[in-house]
Design a protein around this ligand. Structure first.
Ligand SMILES: NC(=O)c1ccc[n+]([C@@H]2O[C@H](COP(=O)([O-])OP(=O)(O)OC[C@H]3O[C@@H](n4cnc5c(N)ncnc54)[C@H](O)[C@@H]3O)[C@@H](O)[C@H]2O)c1
Length: 358
């Protein structure tokens, strides 16, 4: 079976929701502007929204768009703006084109589309969703100016444990193995960030026989890592001993050229946080001693044949996306729900539906 068809067939929640939305048509007459990684799982999401009556105008994120996903959507009449690009100027132009369609709903990933809306607002925007932690951090200070229902998928407990913890950890490990063809057995791995994603990354590398150290700016998270059985050396020691360094914090300049002298010859660095600026890839690689995978772009979504997170985890996350957009479209949530987590009733509905299929 074609890979995209395989993914669509295995998004069982989305399939069931899509069948329901074909009857209820919550998005009839509405345009949804989307700015999210274009890969097979998002294809399943976008086609589900269309089953609910939406017109779509879609672009990807920087350096994660897959050409076959774009082609598949275009063949089915979805308006996709741009294609794979690592050029910030081209990406910004794509976002402007999505905004120019004056969508009534936005499905954002990293806050790009809502930030664009605030630069040049248009009439008729009802609200929308934001997928990530990074986007929430960017949009929270803008809450007063936004004044729209804007539900943050990342802040659902389901997204936290199903995707960030379980799935990101698995896919970062899978990507490391595939991109480097190196073993993890007995290797020293240092993980920066012990949020939901970092917990999963640390656990998966430990399960793959690595000796894992954790560095987190927050002492409470360091304590949690210690009690979970990880090493928590100081930052310099954690860099000095590492064969592999993985950043997954959402922060900027987590490991930079200033740290390069500390690193072992041949150390491999990778970023799994949303933005590549966690690692100063050019500065770190300038001396020719260490390697930064995929120039610091999200290691599980960049590079050749990236799989991203597991289908099941994304089916859950995208079921939350669909239900949240439905709630905004139908007025079930109002402007007081601006940059807030997924409503509890939606979490319960999606969780119950998944458990029923298990
Ligand atoms: N690769 C993927 O598929 C994927 C999926 C989901 C989320 N993400 C991204 O991963 C990142 C982390 O997400 P999360 O949900 O775990 O976030 P989180 O906020 O739960 O955890 C981040 C942790 O990093 C720590 N931290 C921040 N700056 C630091 C620094 N300079 N040094 C050390 N520790 C630092 C914080 O104290 C916190 O404990 C975000 O950018 C998010 O958008 C990636």
């Amino acid at each position: 079976m074609d890979r995209i068809e395989w993914v669509i067939a295995n998004c069982r929640l989305l399939a069931a929701i899509g069948a329901e939305l074909e009857r209820t048509r919550p998005f009839a007459g509405l345009t949804i502007g989307t700015g999210i990684h274009l890969e097979p799982k998002t294809v399943a999401l976008l086609l589900t929204l269309r089953r609910g009556g939406a017109d779509l105008v879609s672009t990807g994120n920087l350096n994660t768009t897959q050409a076959d996903a774009v082609a598949y959507l275009r063949e089915r009449g979805v308006r996709v703006v741009g294609g794979p690009t690592a050029d910030p100027a081209e990406h910004a132009a794509n976002l402007r084109e999505v905004a120019a369609a004056r969508p009534q709903l936005l499905l954002d990933n990293g806050g790009d589309l809502f930030a664009r809306y605030l630069e040049e607002p248009w009439d008729g925007l009802l609200g929308g969703t934001e997928e990530t932690t990074s986007g929430r951090m960017r949009l929270e200070p803008l809450r007063d100016r936004l004044g729209l229902p804007l539900l943050v998928i990342n802040d659902s407990p389901i997204k936290q444990f199903a995707e960030n913890e379980h799935a990101v950890g698995q896919s970062v490990l899978e990507s490391f193995l595939r991109l480097t063809n190196k073993s993890t057995d007995g290797k020293r791995v240092t993980v920066f960030g012990y949020g939901a994603c970092g917990r999963g990354v640390a656990a998966n590398f430990r399960n793959a026989y690595a000796i894992v150290s954790v560095v987190d700016a927050d002492p409470v998270k360091r304590l949690q890592a210690l009690l979970d059985g990880f090493l928590v050396p100081d930052r310099a020691d954690a860099l000095r001993t590492a064969d592999v360094v993985i950043t997954v914090t959402g922060g900027r300049d987590v490991v930079t050229a200033d740290d390069e002298p500390l690193l072992k010859d041949g150390a491999v660095l990778a970023n799994a946080g949303h933005f590549p600026f966690e690692l100063d890839a050019a500065g770190l690689e300038a001396g020719g001693r260490v390697t930064v995978l995929e120039s610091g772009h999200m290691v599980n979504l960049a590079g050749p044949r990236p799989l991203g997170n597991s289908i099941e985890s994304m089916d859950l996350g995208f079921a939350l996306q669909t239900r949240c957009l439905e709630a905004v479209a139908t007025g079930a949530v109002g402007a007081e729900a601006c940059v807030v987590p997924v409503p509890r009733a939606i979490d319960e509905q999606v969780a119950a539906a998944f458990v029923a299929t298990a």
